[in-house]
Design a protein around this ligand. Sequence first.
Ligand code: NAD
Length: 485
Amino acid sequence: MKYPDCTHVIGGQPVAGGPRFMDVHNPADGSRLGRVPLGDAATVDRAIQAAEAAFPAWSTLPIKERVQVFFRYKTLLEKHLRELSALITEEHGKLPGEADAEILKAIELTEFACSLPQLAGGEVLEVSRGVECRLERVPLGVVAAINPFNFPSMVPHWSIPNAIALGNCFIMKPSETVPYSSLRIAALLKEAGLPDGVFNVVQGDREVAEALCDHPRIRAITFVGSTRVAQAVYRRATGNLKRALCLGGAKNHVIVMPDADPEMAAGGVLAAMSGCTGQRCMAASVMVAVSATDHIVDKLAHQARRMVAGKDVGPVITAAAKARIEGYITEAVAQGATLLVDGRGATVPGKEGGWYVGATVLDHVRPEMKIAQEEVFGPVLAIVRTKDLDGAIAVENASPYGNAASIFTESGGAARSAMERASAGMVGVNVGVPVPREPFGFGGWNDSRFGVGDITGKGSLEFWTQSRKITTKWNREAGTNWMSK
Ligand code: NAD
């Protein structure tokens, strides 16, 4: 094994021991990197005790002092960018440029947290002569985040900097598939001066996630992962009377109009489909080609055929994921879809043990096929043909998900119409992956999000704090009415 066993991090210290363990692999060649401990309710309890011990001092520090840690942390992320990115490539399989982008996004999220003193100020008003009402934001206490495999660093940063800068103490549960990045996050936060116990990591699988949902002293939970688990975690956490915001899976549609710029549309859809090997909740998965768009489909298929596994498209996360994705392709072909580009059975010389699926394009997919309805989470594009924009919107609206939708067109009217009618929280025009950058919050609709508000941006201020309203009267002689008497 390349690395020693991964650990939990509790009270600023590495904590060894499972009780169970699982192997961690490098998806690029299938080799074993190390082992991750799978914690239990006792591990969660230990982390909560460490977080509770740190809470009184951390939560009473003025926010302007708390964010100083994140100014220093941001500098450390910049300094260690290549090393952090190489670790993501190793445990997740992302191509180096994609892994760099993930750390750059983590830096941007940290930068937003540095600006929180400018946004989190309270309110004050003289509501009656001599009577003042004041609203303060107060941290919740010990909070937790449960993370998916597909962004070992960026998705945890949707929660960590804001929750902690707002005064909470934090428990992170990484995906058991990509645990090593969390150790570097913990080490760099410590180096930046974060007091021990404010940030803790409990490694594990479902057992730890459920223990976090059940523990009476966890006040709020964010979850990011598949819709099935998002629903289960949301029900369990809110059933235990906690605040919860649970982001689920996605099936994102890109509408391509006949007037679209062919270069921009073909390149944009292909990048949105194949970037991070399609393992993004914002990945373009269905292209709805409206009317005379053969010239754009041809261009896209031509470019997809030239993509090289291992160079232009990284591996998928596990052997099981490769089998699942290839199964979707095989079934769609059997049901009559036209296979324009086939990525099944892709291999990379020298990395025969890796789990690769090449870029795949299927044309004439019917909306009722499984590949058009379910999240594939691989570099696969299903092209559905429609006669007009109304038909394309109907295909998009029929999906139970609602993360992202885009349109490629040169017509402002068509773009405006699609923006208004798409049933998705993040909508793009001539942009394949309409991820809002900070300070705009990230969050989908429908089966892509359970709970209120966005996970990042200003929405996170509401989620990670509660407001205290204080009414005071010091000026006895100012009485003018029933309240100020
Ligand atoms: P997953 O749902 O399998 O796992 C997510 C987390 O839940 C992991 O930490 C896992 O250990 C834990 N878990 C698994 N089963 C559980 C259970 N029964 N009860 C409690 N916890 C459980 O997701 P994944 O495969 O790691 O990630 C990919 C999914 O995440 C995709 O569906 C993708 O669309 C989604 N995702 C969504 C967003 C978004 O913003 N909406 C962002 C990133 C990823």
